[in-house]
Design a protein around this ligand. Structure first.
Ligand code: ZN
Ligand code: ZN
Length: 232
């Protein structure tokens, strides 16, 4: 497994440098908090972070698809999101915009059903309150009554810890507190450059923030915002 993940790492680095993105780095985390993604591309710090647990559960073809997906974000610009421009880049890299990054639930280390029959998966063990279903149809998170641990999941392979030890994501530290007013450092986004936000929460690498004009909730990396009073 470790060798397979090292191959994924080299493939990502090679694609980036073939496209002139020499300043970009690739790191590995156990998982990307609060998402079910194989990876994430961070505009403000020119960084791709892969979820080692999700990559471990994928087939080799799915892993290459996940790499092309993220590298295409880096080439097209993260602000392009999943636009037609981004799709063209993915296809140019030999991939497909439809390449799904979703993994079969039965391959996860933990899976179950909520009382309303929503499927649930996790790459992290249950917390003190067990697992919670956060499907948007619930007013508040609902505890799962039925779940099991799958000891055969490839997410438990020792290669997962080894790749995250080989390329650990440098720790980012939040410089603002909940309630602070900030603005988005421009990254080429018509929609989000310089918009004012109020921070409402802090996670592992991101702020949760409220868009001052639209009330929309935004997830943005610690390094993606600056003091609201700073000159543009
Ligand atoms: Zn994407
Ligand atoms: Zn549910």
């Amino acid at each position: 497994m470790e060798r397979d993940l090292q191959t994924v790492h080299r493939f990502a680095k090679a694609l980036l440098s073939q496209h002139g993105l020499h300043g970009w780095s690739v790191f590995w985390a156990h998982s990307i908090e609060s998402t079910d993604l194989g990876g994430v591309t961070l505009a403000h710090i020119d960084r791709i972070v892969f979820s080692a647990t999700h990559m471990a559960m994928m087939t080799p073809a799915e892993r290459r698809g996940a790499v092309r997906h993220e590298v295409a974000h880096a080439i097209a610009g993260v602000a392009a999101e999943h636009s037609d421009g981004w799709k063209e880049v993915v296809v140019g890299l030999g991939g497909s915009a439809e390449d799904s990054k979703l993994v079969n639930p039965l391959l996860y280390p933990w899976f179950g059903l909520c009382p309303d029959d929503h499927g649930f998966v996790s790459v992290r063990p249950p917390g003190p309150n067990g697992f919670l279903c956060e499907d948007e149809s619930h007013d508040a998170p609902v505890p799962l009554k039925v779940w099991r641990r799958n000891p055969k999941s490839r997410a438990f392979d020792p290669g997962v810890a080894r790749i995250t030890d080989s390329y650990p994501e440098p720790k980012s530290i939040p410089t603002f507190e909940v309630g602070a007013r900030v603005k988005v450092i421009p990254f080429g986004s018509v929609k989000y450059d310089n918009v004012s936000l109020t921070i409402t929460g802090i996670t592992e690498r991101d702020y949760l923030a409220r868009h001052d004009q639209t009330d929309e909730t935004i997830v943005i990396h610690f390094d993606g915002v600056t003091n609201a009073e700073d000159p543009a």
